[in-house]
Design a protein around this ligand. Structure first.
Ligand SMILES: Cc1cc2nc3c(=O)[nH]c(=O)nc-3n(C[C@H](O)[C@H](O)[C@H](O)COP(=O)(O)OP(=O)(O)OC[C@H]3O[C@@H](n4cnc5c(N)ncnc54)[C@H](O)[C@@H]3O)c2cc1C
Ligand code: SF4
Ligand code: SF4
Length: 476
């Protein structure tokens, strides 16, 4: 959906009804059922109801805080039978409200975000995006920080007596959320993290241009002030085992180790110089290493990692950056608005193209040989399978190839009796977030595979609630 600047509410509504296909909404409620924010805010956020309000009384929608509570994850769009693009519909309402100087809805939304959603500064930057409605993001973040400073539960929690010990493995948004929720409830939480500094993908791979590291640092400091302990440069399974932690008095565990292992592209030439894995590339950039980018960069993949790698390569001075993706745009796992922003910045996207082999000159990648693809029936992942179009081979010159063909959890360090799904993710009971071992809970990308920050936070909130119930049951 194109998001033009609407002149009036009526014009905007017409635009939404037609281009946004709002008139075709079945009111089935699948969007609300699949929404992490609804899951966390309950009746305070209901996208289906908001759509109805937009149709029946758009003026009321303008004064509602709901449009400001959408976290741009597009899960509703993926599952909606009519493929409505809800975040983009809500953006029009946000934009008009902001243009009319209607500040109360955002203020009310900020109160709800700060009170109910851990890491508000991170989520405002990466999920809620007030700037997309033309607002000054930094001013909104400052407002959220002031609200947090004044929230009594947050202030008082810093002085609460800390009871049983809980170990959190991994410091991404899922682990940080568990630490936040349980320390507010008075537990003694320690987060174990392999890297030198906490934050998971927020620190490791998401570019500074989208999430400045000082924002993440503020969130971590907030958690430290709540009493959360961080043991960084400590890999569970290598430096110590889960059993060591049990012996050390930990009563419950949360596994939030993400999906950190890059899938390998098994084609000829993948080992040539000039071919780099996207997570390594982004990690090198984020850790301040000097990176030589090629002039003509090809990124292979269609997820958030591929999009960020492409944008970063362009920012680092590449002349031309092209993403090659084997399926169609609708199947790209990346967040659609991020894809749009990447294209606006100059990243080219070639769809229905698959690499066959990488060609080299003097040991260095010089071209990628590709084949065009066509879409067929739905495969086991629920996406349409892509098959090569015979005789459509072509080759594209390049001096740098960034591979972003998927990530999976690295769970080899966990006890063997922990059940793992066929796709390599960790099995949990989705009501309690408990794994197949009692007292060990899990959530985030380790359970879902690569997903979004807001989904990791929701999983962390659910798991923290279950851990609390579990520990209370131990106390009898
Ligand atoms: C490049 C990129 C861009 C993205 N952009 C967006 C975006 O714009 N919006 C969005 O919503 N989502 C985005 N995502 C997805 C989002 O970052 C993830 O869904 C989210 O971070 C998952 O959180 P998590 O807590 O499950 O795991 P992670 O963030 O992956 O954190 C897991 C942590 O566990 C640590 N760990 C692993 N094993 C061990 C061990 N054995 N012992 C101790 N520590 C361990 C890791 O070092 C890591 O720090 C992006 C992802 C990537 C890669
Ligand atoms: S899932 Fe789609 S069709 Fe169903 S209520 Fe939501 S927007 Fe309407
Ligand atoms: S984009 Fe995400 S947060 Fe927004 S309504 Fe859809 S599911 Fe909910």
């Amino acid at each position: 959906m194109e998001t033009k600047e609407p002149a009036t509410i009526k014009e905007a509504l017409e635009e939404i009804l037609d281009t946004g296909k709002l008139r075709y909404c079945f009111e089935c409620g699948i969007c609300t059922a699949s929404c992490s924010i609804s899951g966390m805010l309950g009746k305070d956020y209901n996208p289906r109801e908001l759509l109805e309000k937009i149709v029946l009384s758009p003026e009321k929608a303008l004064t509602s805080d709901m449009p400001w509570l959408c976290a741009w994850c597009y899960r509703c769009h993926e599952r909606c039978p009519q493929a409505l693009r809800l975040p983009e519909i809500f953006l029009l309402i946000r934009t008009i409200a902001a243009r009319q100087g209607e500040t109360r809805p955002l203020d009310n939304a900020l109160q709800k975000i700060v009170k109910n959603i851990p890491l508000p500064l991170v989520t405002l930057s990466l999920c809620f995006h007030p700037e997309r409605a033309g607002l000054d993001k930094r001013a909104v973040l400052e407002k959220a920080e002031r609200i947090r400073d004044k929230t009594p539960e947050m202030r008082e929690a810093k002085n609460v007596y800390k009871k049983q010990k809980v170990a959190v493995l991994g410091s991404g948004p899922a682990g940080l959320t568990v630490a936040h929720e349980l320390s507010l409830k008075g537990y003694n939480v320690t987060v174990y993290e392999s890297l030198k500094e906490p934050g998971g993908m927020l620190r490791k791979c998401i570019p500074n241009s989208r999430l400045p590291k000082q924002i993440l640092a503020k969130e971590i400091q907030f958690l430290r002030d709540l009493g959360v302990n961080f043991k960084t440069s400590t890999t569970v399974g290598k430096d110590l085992a889960l059993e060591d932690l049990r012996k050390d008095g930990y009563k419950a565990f949360f596994v939030g180790v993400g999906a950190q292992r890059s899938a390998r592209l098994r084609i000829e030439g993948a080992e040539l110089k000039g071919v780099i894995n996207a997570l390594d590339f982004l990690w090198n950039v984020n850790s301040g290493e000097r990176i030589e980018v090629g002039r003509n960069v090809v990124v292979i993949g269609g997820g958030n990692t591929a999009v960020d790698a492409a944008r970063t390569a362009l920012q680092l001075g590449a002349r031309e950056v092209t993403i090659l993706y084997r399926r169609s745009r609708d199947e790209m796992p990346a967040i659609p608005w991020e894809v749009k922003e990447a294209e606006d910045e100059g990243v080219r996207i070639e769809l229905l193209v698959s690499p066959k082999r990488i060609l080299g000159e003097n040991g260095k990648a010089s071209a990628v040989e590709c084949v065009r693809m066509q879409l067929g029936e739905l495969d086991e992942t629920g996406r349409r399978a892509s098959t090569p179009l015979e005789g459509s081979d072509f080759s594209r010159k390049t001096d740098m190839i960034i591979l972003a063909v998927g990530e999976a959890p690295d769970l080899g360090f966990l006890p063997k009796q922990l059940e793992v799904n066929d796709n390599g993710t960790l099995w949990v009971d989705h009501t309690t977030m408990e794994t197949s071992i009692q007292g060990v809970f899990a959530g985030g990308d380790a359970v879902t595979g690569p997903a979004t920050v807001i989904e990791a936070i929701r999983a962390g909130k659910n798991a923290a609630e279950s851990i609390h119930n579990y520990l209370e049951s131990l106390e009898g």
